[in-house]
Write a protein of this length. Structure first.
Length: 366
């Protein structure tokens, strides 16, 4: 009995010393199917315990009680991805590689409630990221106070290509080292309007033709969850029903291409008819949504004048023929191409958002 008491006292003393030194055991790993984790964007839930984060800007949010936080991420693809992380309003971007699965987000936090958002900064063509669990203490209800929803449809600009020069300058590293969808105009605009965001965007794609080929173009990939023509997984319209759909396509249609083939002058009739068909498809998916057609923020003035005229014709057709008065046009007042490869940089995405916000407020009465 005496030996048992001594042993117990030693254990208690040892635990007390550990607590005093701050050597507390790490929290248990919570499964991704925890009901208090909120997901938004193009994410595949075929395995709810390991959801696959696909599209640029796809994100999940949670609130937890604790002093430590790490996340388990499995990179799916030959190249690495980037994830934007916002802990209690403090932003960072982390690289997700094939040789690592556990990423420490924060430690030595105050033992209170914390909010966390993780957003895929790179787009679908770079590869996917499987979310395998989170180690952050007790996950509690988030209780988001806003329900507004915006979908941003577009190309590399919408995906956030070439905007983030904080770590690697232009023409260094690989082309997606400067990707950051979280800082692109869409999510920036959504946050300014207290709205959720969904990005449906693919670099190089256009409405009727792409930057480096004649197609298939964006309308052919939109309905696929993985934004690929050959994908067999359809994008369920009920997964995310936006109040507002913003379409910013046309930059690649008007581009000179990559020089890999004999590129003809843009067929204006094909462009307009294809655009009308796509807008009608969006209307079928989302009968109550306001739809806004945007000019390009990054092509020359001559082509943007043409694009603006085409968008006016499309809007007029939808209003006059389809009797749809919830179609709008927005024209950027400036050209934004100060980032890598002629894309807008971080500061220009902020300015693009500042142009959009009052217009969206007006048409949405927000």
């Amino acid at each position: 009995m005496e030996t048992y008491i001594k042993t117990k006292l030693i254990i208690i003393s040892f635990m007390a010393i550990l607590n005093f030194l701050g050597c507390k055991a790490q929290p248990e790993i919570s499964s991704p199917d925890n009901k208090n984790i909120q997901y938004t964007g193009r994410i595949d839930f075929v395995n709810p315990k390991k959801p696959r984060v696909i599209g640029a800007g796809a994100y999940f949010e949670l609130k937890f009680k604790g002093t430590y936080c790490s996340v388990l991420l499995e990179n799916q693809g030959p190249q690495y991805n980037y994830i934007a992380v916002v802990m209690d309003g403090v932003y960072q971007r982390i690289k997700v590689t094939n040789d690592k699965t556990k990423y420490e987000i924060a430690k030595d936090l105050k033992d209170t409630e914390h909010t966390l958002l993780l957003c895929k900064a790179t787009e679908a063509m770079i590869g996917y990221v499987d979310f395998a669990g989170i180690q952050c203490g007790e996950i509690i209800p988030l209780n988001k106070i806003y329900t507004r929803k915006i979908e941003f449809i577009g190309n590399s600009i919408t995906s956030g290509t070439g905007l983030d020069l904080s770590e690697i300058p232009c023409d260094k590293g690989v082309w997606h080292d400067q990707h950051n969808a979280y800082l692109a105009y869409g999510p920036v605009t959504a946050r300014a309007l207290n709205a959720n965001w969904l990005l449906s965007s693919v670099s190089g794609m256009g409405m009727s033709r792409n930057w480096n080929n004649e197609g298939p173009a964006f309308p052919q990939v939109y309905d696929h969850l993985y934004l690929e023509v050959n994908s067999k997984v359809e994008w369920n319209a009920n997964t995310y029903i936006p109040d507002l759909v913003s379409i910013c396509l046309g930059t690649n249609d008007f581009s000179d291409g990559d020089g890999s083939y004999d590129r003809k002058q843009l067929d204006s009739a094909k462009f307009v008819s294809t655009y009308i068909g796509f807008v009608k498809h969006i209307r079928e998916r989302y009968p109550k949504a306001q739809i806004c057609l945007l000019t390009s923020p990054a092509i020359d003035q001559k082509n943007n004048v043409k694009l603006s005229a085409y968008l006016s014709a499309i809007m007029k057709y939808m209003q006059d023929v389809e009797q749809d008065n919830h179609i709008h046009k927005f024209a950027y007042a400036h050209n934004y191409s100060g980032g890598c490869g002629g894309h807008p940089n971080k500061e220009e995405h902020q300015k693009m958002s500042e142009e959009l916000v009052p217009f969206f407020k007006k048409i949405m009465n927000w």
